[in-house]
Structures are given as structure tokens and as C-alpha cells.
Ligand binder design. Structure first.
Ligand code: C2E
Ligand code: MG
Ligand code: MG
Ligand code: MG
Length: 283
């Protein structure tokens, strides 16, 4: 039908598109309100070094909506990215994670923990991003060498020179970098070589089927080999079963994150969870 009307007017009257647009606008205003009302929280998912050490945690944002209950970041992060709200929300995430890191640095049982936070493309590509992060680290007193930024491949392939200079500045300051969802994007080896990453994260899509799909196993092997060649750490995300963890150990991957070990949990529960994991984990 749209073809027959000439121009693009048809989509203005497409009720499903209008509904989607309305829903997005509604989400945006809900998100703005939620920021003011402090409805966001950071949860932390332990990362395990084989056989039993919790070395780090990934901060994952959680939204407790008064009527809708928990809303998934997969739902609202894309809306934030499109609308630009991610800049404010992202700043809140960096600030909150740094405050937590500073608090843990005085606590013997948690002072060793690295805290990884997810950085979205728009947030990273802000002109003063590096400066913002460094200022927040200084203001909160967080130990810079315990802060890790997770970037995705799609982020790093935009404007390599700018990405490299920001990363170099932050790296020099002590901050670590991890390449999230590795294997799903389009980054080249030349990029990887040029950028100061500390770690690759094997995407959970490869982990899920590692036991049944030969090509997923081969990809995971390649990522581990690549990490070894480039002297990077490697971690598998989305590990849900012991056979998956063992398959990963067999190909030389000794760091894991996944529901098998722990779900993302509130900061208050982290002490007990870590103590439990340190005793029980034996892939
Ligand atoms: P991600 O950074 O790749 O985070 C890992 C996701 O996998 C998390 O989903 C985590 O809960 C989930 N996960 C962990 N272990 C398992 C497992 O064993 N099985 C399965 N099926 N899933 C597992 P979550 O928390 O829903 O977050 C989804 C995505 O939203 C994140 O993917 C990240 O891209 C984004 N995100 C979350 N928090 C933030 C944030 O603070 N800032 C930004 N910019 N993005 C965020
Ligand atoms: Mg991540
Ligand atoms: Mg990931
Ligand atoms: Mg992922």
C-alpha cells in the first residue's frame, strides 16, 4: 500500500508504528522520572578464576519500576541510547560503581575485587569521556587499577584514532579494558593490536552451544588462542552448566561468568555470595 500512495505518507498513518513511537516516548519519560526517583540500582555478577576465586564483578543496571516490577536493560538501554538519556544514566553508573569500589577498597574481603562496568557507544564517544571518568575516580577515591570498562566491538570500530587516544589516556591512568561480546562484531586483528585491551570476553552465544555445535567450540578455541597470542586475559560469559565450564577449561579458558556460579546480585549480598563461591567452586 505504501508504494501506491507516493511519498512516505503511509507510515504516518500506520497504527502499529504510531503505537511503537508512543510506547518509546512513554518509556523515555518513565526513564527520566525513574532517574529522579532513584529507581535504578547496580547489581554485581561475580567472575570466577578457576578453580574457586572471585576476582571481579560486572556491574549490571537494574530498574525496579513501581508498577511493572523489574524491567530488563535489554528493554530500556536501547531507548536510552537512541534518546541520549544514556549520557546521564551512564554517568550515574560510573559514579555509583566508583563509590562502591571506593567503599570495598576499605573492606579486607573485597579490596581485591575489580569492578567492570558497561560503557555504551554514545557515552564513550563524548568529547570529554576520559576526563569525566578520571574526575569521578578522583572524586570518589576509587582505586583506578580496579576499575574496568567493558566496550563492545561496534563501539571500537567507530573512529579508531579517537578510540585509541581515549583508551590510552585512561589506561595510562590505570584503568582496565575488556572487549565485551567478543566474536559477534566486526573488529579486525589490526584494531585489537592497536587498542590497549586487558581482556576478551567470549560472547555467551558461543558458550551456550559449546557442547553441541562444533563451530562454536572452534570459535571459542580461536578466541582463547588469540588472547594467548596477544597476551590478554580471556573470560567466558553466560556459563550455565558444569560441562560448559569443563569444555572451556579444556581449551584453556579459566575465567567464567554465568548463572552456574552466581546471578547478578545486590551489593549487600556480595560478601556472602563470594564466601560461598570461594568454598564451593571446582570446575
Ligand atoms: P552484557 O554486558 O553482555 O552483560 C551480560 C548479560 O548476560 C547480563 O544481562 C547478564 O545478566 C547475563 N548473563 C549472565 N550470566 C548469564 C548466564 O549464565 N546465562 C544467560 N542467559 N545470561 C547471563 P543483563 O543484565 O540483562 O544486561 C543485558 C545487557 O544490557 C548487557 O549485556 C549490557 O550490554 C547492557 N547493560 C547492562 N547494564 C548496563 C549499564 O550499566 N550500562 C550500559 N551501557 N549497558 C548495560
Ligand atoms: Mg558486559
Ligand atoms: Mg557481554
Ligand atoms: Mg553479551
Amino acid at each position: 500500500q505504501a508504494k501506491n500512495t507516493g511519498k512516505n505518507t503511509a507510515c504516518l498513518f500506520d497504527p502499529s508504528m504510531q503505537k511503537a513511537a508512543e510506547k518509546k516516548l512513554q518509556r523515555e519519560s518513565q526513564i527520566r522520572y525513574a532517574m529522579v526517583q532513584n529507581q535504578f540500582e547496580l547489581h554485581y555478577q561475580p567472575q570466577i578464576l578457576n578453580p574457586s576465586r572471585v576476582t571481579s564483578v560486572e556491574a549490571l543496571i537494574r530498574w525496579q519500576h513501581p508498577d511493572e516490577g523489574w524491567i530488563s536493560p535489554a528493554d530500556f538501554i536501547p531507548v536510552c541510547e537512541e534518546s541520549g538519556l544514556i549520557l546521564e544514566l551512564g554517568e550515574w553508573v560510573v559514579d555509583t560503581a566508583c563509590q562502591q569500589l571506593a567503599a570495598w577498597s576499605f573492606d579486607k574481603s573485597k579490596a581485591h575485587l575489580i569492578v567492570a562496568i558497561n560503557i555504551s557507544a554514545k557515552q564513550f564517544h563524548q568529547k570529554d569521556f576520559a576526563n569525566q571518568v578520571i574526575k569521578t575516580v578522583e572524586r570518589t577515591g576509587a582505586p583506578a587499577e580496579k576499575l574496568e570498562l567493558e566496550l563492545t566491538e561496534s563501539l571500537v570500530v567507530q573512529d579508531i584514532n579517537d578510540v585509541a587516544s581515549k583508551m590510552d589516556e585512561l589506561r595510562e591512568y590505570g584503568i582496565r579494558f575488556s572487549l565485551d561480546d567478543f566474536g559477534t562484531g566486526y573488529s579486525s586483528l589490526a584494531y585489537l593490536k592497536r587498542l590497549p585491551f586487558n581482556q576478551l570476553k567470549i560472547d555467551k552465544s558461543f558458550v551456550q552451544d559449546i557442547l553441541n555445535d562444533e563451530s562454536d567450540l572452534e570459535i571459542a578455541k580461536m578466541i582463547v588462542a588469540l588472547a594467548q597470542t596477544m597476551n590478554l586475559e580471556v573470560i567466558a560469559e553466560g556459563v550455565e552448566t558444569w560441562p560448559q565450564a569443563r569444555a572451556l577449561a579444556d581449551i584453556g579458558c579459566h575465567r567464567y561468568q554465568g548463572f552456574l556460579f552466581a546471578r547478578p546480585i545486590s551489593a549487600e549480598k556480595i560478601t556472602d555470595t563470594i564466601a560461598g563461591l570461594n568454598q564451593s567452586v571446582k570446575p
